[in-house]
Design a protein around this ligand. Structure first.
Ligand SMILES: NC(=O)c1ccc[n+]([C@@H]2O[C@H](COP(=O)([O-])OP(=O)(O)OC[C@H]3O[C@@H](n4cnc5c(N)ncnc54)[C@H](OP(=O)(O)O)[C@@H]3O)[C@@H](O)[C@H]2O)c1
Length: 332
């Protein structure tokens, strides 16, 4: 039996659908506070609400070992998608706790319960930066001296826990997606891009990054788990685009006004300052800081081709992804 963590999130929801559609028997964890509605809407987008009812949910938190141990009963394979995603400095301790300690708990239970294979969802943020401008690959090593975001530090720490597990005999595969585009979680870290474009983005950041379809991410995870491949990591990124390009493509697809001007660094700093001041009144955590401004304004490109050389796998084009997700966004 398969265990999925993070099944109420973007990646986990699409993974649950894929696994159930391929007749896998599975259990998914949710927290007491979890909201299942976005997962349900993902199943609706697949026209498969009957499959949603087949999910065996168990209440567990990856920080609560006794509840997690119960979820591990009779489990042979684990997909670990759960993580805390935040670009706010004030979330640093929570990021370390959930992403590093939570992953250590998952790894330890995998070892204790004799799990056959673990697929861990990491991120390109856990990789280093390219010094010569060449695309970042799996071997672009993390630089602890760089100005890393708390999220990146926590996801790098999570990977270290997974590699520690592999040293202790657990078979693992790690996927490192770039920005994931997919339907059904419109309030989430990447799902909110569509809402932001719809509401109008006054100015675009000057940087560039990688993008990948959520369906490609979960398909890659599934195929890697089914394969003989173990103890390897795979950067998953289908295309590199500037923020101007992705905003323009999404605007066209959903009929929103295009963004014509680039934002300057000092303008982002003013917004960061305003966010800090507003935090006092609204309690909404600031997302802009030195590190996140840097990543929005920097050009980072990614080479996600390793997986295509190891297993039969092809990326969906970004045009196809945006077209499909835009239809779901407009219909929501
Ligand atoms: N979205 C992206 O663009 C992107 C890009 C690269 C990598 N990733 C990685 O992909 C994975 C999935 O991301 P996502 O976009 O699907 O995130 P998401 O939509 O924010 O979902 C996060 C999931 O983690 C669960 N979770 C958080 N803390 C937990 C805890 N203490 N115990 C149990 N479950 C907990 C959440 O449960 P609740 O519903 O209870 O909150 C939710 O199911 C993460 O590892 C992330 O780092 C995401």
């Amino acid at each position: 039996m398969i265990l999925v963590t993070g099944g109420t999130g973007l990646v986990g929801s699409h993974l649950l659908y894929l696994l159930l559609n391929t007749h896998e028997s599975l259990r998914a964890i949710k927290r007491v506070s979890s909201d299942l509605s976005a997962t349900k809407s993902v199943f609706k987008s697949y026209n498969a609400i009957a499959l949603f009812d087949k999910i065996e949910w168990i209440t567990a938190d990856i920080l609560d070992v006794p509840s997690l141990a119960e979820a591990f009963a009779d489990i042979t394979n684990v997909y670990h998608c759960a993580a805390h995603i935040s670009f706010s400095n004030s979330d640093y301790q929570q990021l370390l706790k959930i992403n590093v300690e939570g992953t250590a708990n998952v790894v330890n239970l995998c070892i204790a319960k004799g799990v056959k294979k673990l697929c861990h969802v990491s991120t390109v943020a856990a990789l280093g930066t390219s010094l010569d401008g060449s695309p970042i690959i799996e071997d672009t090593h993390w630089n602890p001296e760089a100005e890393n975001m708390g999220y990146a530090i926590s996801k790098f720490g999570a990977e270290m826990e997974v590699w520690r597990g592999s040293q202790e005999g657990l078979a693992v595969v790690i996927v490192q997606p770039s920005v994931i585009i997919g339907e059904g979680h419109w309030q989430g870290a990447s799902g909110s891009i569509f809402s932001m474009v719809k509401n109008g983005i006054p100015k675009y950041p000057k940087g560039a990054t990688g993008f990948v379809d959520v369906k490609d991410v979960v398909k890659a995870m599934y195929l890697l788990m089914k394969s003989e491949v173990t103890n390897e990591s795979f950067l998953l990124s289908g295309t590199n685009l500037t923020y101007q390009e992705i905003i323009s493509e999404i605007s066209k697809a959903i009929g929103a006004k295009p963004t014509k001007k680039a934002v300057k660094n000092w303008q982002l700093w003013i917004v960061a300052l305003l966010q800090k001041m507003m935090y006092v009144f609204t309690g909404k955590k600031p997302s802009l800081n030195k590190e996140s401004i840097g990543s929005l304004q920097n050009i980072s490109t990614y080479d996600g081709s390793k997986i295509t050389k190891v297993i039969p796998f092809q990326y969906t084009t970004i045009a196809q992804t945006i077209k499909r997700v835009a239809v779901a966004f407009t219909a929501k």
